[in-house]
Design a protein around this ligand. Structure first.
Ligand SMILES: CC(C)(COP(=O)(O)OP(=O)(O)OC[C@H]1O[C@@H](n2cnc3c(N)ncnc32)[C@H](O)[C@@H]1OP(=O)(O)O)[C@@H](O)C(=O)NCCC(=O)NCCS
Length: 185
């Protein structure tokens, strides 16, 4: 497996991966293109990373991450910057982290996240916010974020209810809960 920057040329491969691993239609090609652009800081640093199978060139994991100034809400829209110790303008965002089910539990998710954190630190970000998927299988979302030092800020019920996709747990609509989490850098 190889970790590399998420570039515009990877969008089709990432779309196939997210349809399979996240839920059909969770990301459109247009939204992925927009998110890839939001991943690029003013100095050209790329904050998002993909995990690629070197033999097949298939995308097996995605860490979408936005530098401060390139985002003002997550996929669900609900956000409580009034509860954070740092201002939004100095805070980076972990939008989505997914690893192919066959590779989960082997540390690839944290490795992808560490790559983004390295770039955030280089850019001078003061903190990172993430929305944890409370119902994720094996509680892997909360476990990996807590392992990295993230602390819980608040919960948003039905966070993804207005996203037009087929949730791997609920089908449509998705009634999963997001936990807003914060990591000082
Ligand atoms: C969350 C996710 C990205 C973490 O990446 P990862 O490479 O699996 O991370 P890790 O290997 O460090 O595993 C994290 C924890 O979950 C556990 N875990 C992950 N997959 C597991 C599985 N299939 N069975 C049992 N436990 C599992 C690990 O044992 C570990 O727990 P521990 O720290 O108590 O030992 C990945 O598991 C995933 O894609 N999950 C489904 C989607 C998801 O929840 N994404 C996050 C949305 S915010």
């Amino acid at each position: 497996m190889l970790i590399r920057e998420f570039l515009a040329s990877d969008i089709q491969g990432v779309k196939e991966f997210t349809d399979f691993a996240v839920g059909l239609g969770y990301y459109s090609v247009e939204e992925l293109a927009e998110n890839q652009k939001k991943s690029v800081a003013k100095d050209g640093s790329v904050c998002s990373f993909i995990l690629v199978d070197e033999d097949t060139d298939k995308v097996m994991g995605l860490r979408l991450a936005f530098p401060p100034g390139n985002w003002d809400h997550g996929k669900g829209g609900q956000l409580r910057p009034d509860l954070w110790p740092t201002p939004l303008k100095d805070t980076a965002y972990f939008q989505s982290l997914f690893v192919s089910p066959s590779l989960q539990g082997q540390g690839w998710g944290p490795k992808l996240a560490e790559k983004s954190l390295e770039v955030f630190k280089k850019l001078g970000a003061k903190a990172v916010v993430a929305h944890c998927w409370k119902e994720s299988p094996n509680n892997s979302s909360l476990r990996y974020l807590k392992n990295m030092g993230f602390k819980e800020i608040t919960e948003h019920k039905d966070y993804w209810v207005n996203v037009n996709y087929i949730c791997t747990r609920d089908g449509y609509p998705c009634h999963c809960t997001a936990i807003e989490m914060f990591l000082p850098l």
